[in-house]
Design a protein around this ligand. Structure first.
Ligand SMILES: [Zn+2]
Length: 292
């Protein structure tokens, strides 16, 4: 697995491994990969490599999946494994059309031939017409156990919300140790903190809605835990680092602040599972409003 991931980041000109590819590697190792994933990248290569890695992992017969050497991995690499199907593209735009989606949906209920999973790769998924995306919904909503869908696209946002709410998105171009993203995470955490006193929850939900990926969510939650910790310190020492921490300390009592810290730790644990980000924001907002 290392070979593919590190090779990929080298070839794409970046020395740091994309945070999401690390996350993906973790999800694969813990067997947590869901039945449908979206791989998002502006470049073809990271998608190609990641698809290959996931396919090998899903069909591998070796001990350490993917082993890259068993006959199943070799077939996956050569593109001739019977349980891996790449959707046919048609038209000038090279899209998966509704007819092809119907073929896939019918086939998806038939058991795999050799592997434990049957994999469908959907290239250019963000160019699929609404009708074609809708035709996929049923099988994504109630997937047969052995199914794995891989949506490949340049922009996940162009997929229907009804699809996005049922898949896990891995933005492969996202760099975890990007200074900019660290700063943005802190600012998002501050904006969430500013709305923690809003018990109606609307502005809180808006602030939480800015959390759109699992990796940034993890950073934001960690920042929030620190901010609430500083508010607790303010109640004890009277000293605060900024006005938001001071205001939280002034408007909330010790019990509420401790309860919020507990909720944030639970939230952080939740992010280690494959939680959908829309559901996560809604869950967190409800918890924070019901904090007493
Ligand atoms: Zn293998």
């Amino acid at each position: 697995m290392d070979r593919i991931l590190k090779g990929g980041s080298h070839l794409t000109g970046s020395d740091s491994l994309s945070g999401y590819r690390q996350q993906l590697e973790k999800d694969l190792q813990s067997g947590k990969l869901p039945h449908a994933v979206v791989l998002e990248s502006q470049k073809e290569l990271p998608i190609k490599e990641t698809v290959s890695m996931i396919c090998q992992w899903a069909v591998c017969r070796g001990e350490n999946k993917p082993c890259h050497v068993c006959s199943a991995c070799v077939k996956a690499m050569n593109g001739n494994h019977p349980d891996i199907y790449t959707a046919k593209l048609s038209g000038k735009l090279e899209v998966v059309n509704v007819e092809e989606v119907r073929n896939i949906c019918a086939d998806a209920y038939i058991r795999p031939n050799e592997a434990d999973r049957k994999i469908y790769i959907l290239p250019n998924a963000d160019k699929m017409q609404i009708q074609a995306q809708n035709a996929l919904l049923k099988v994504i909503e109630e997937p047969p156990q052995h199914i794995l869908f891989i949506f490949c696209c340049a922009s996940a946002k162009k997929l229907l919300g009804t699809i996005l709410s049922r898949v896990t998105v891995y933005p492969l171009d996202y760099t975890y140790d990007d200074d900019m993203s660290v700063q943005q995470s802190y600012e998002t955490a501050l904006s969430v903190a500013r709305h923690l006193t809003d018990t109606k929850g609307y502005s809180l939900l808006c602030a939480l809605g800015k959390i759109d990926s699992r990796i940034t969510a993890k950073e934001i939650i960690e920042n929030l835990i620190a901010i609430v910790g500083n508010a607790i310190r303010f109640r004890v020492t009277g000293k605060a680092e900024n006005t938001i921490e001071r205001s939280l300390g002034e408007h909330m009592d010790m019990v509420t602040l401790s309860r919020i810290t507990e909720i944030l730790h639970t939230a952080s644990d939740k992010l280690d599972s494959n939680i959908n980000m829309n559901l996560f924001s809604a869950w967190l907002c409800a918890q924070l409003r019901r904090r007493k």
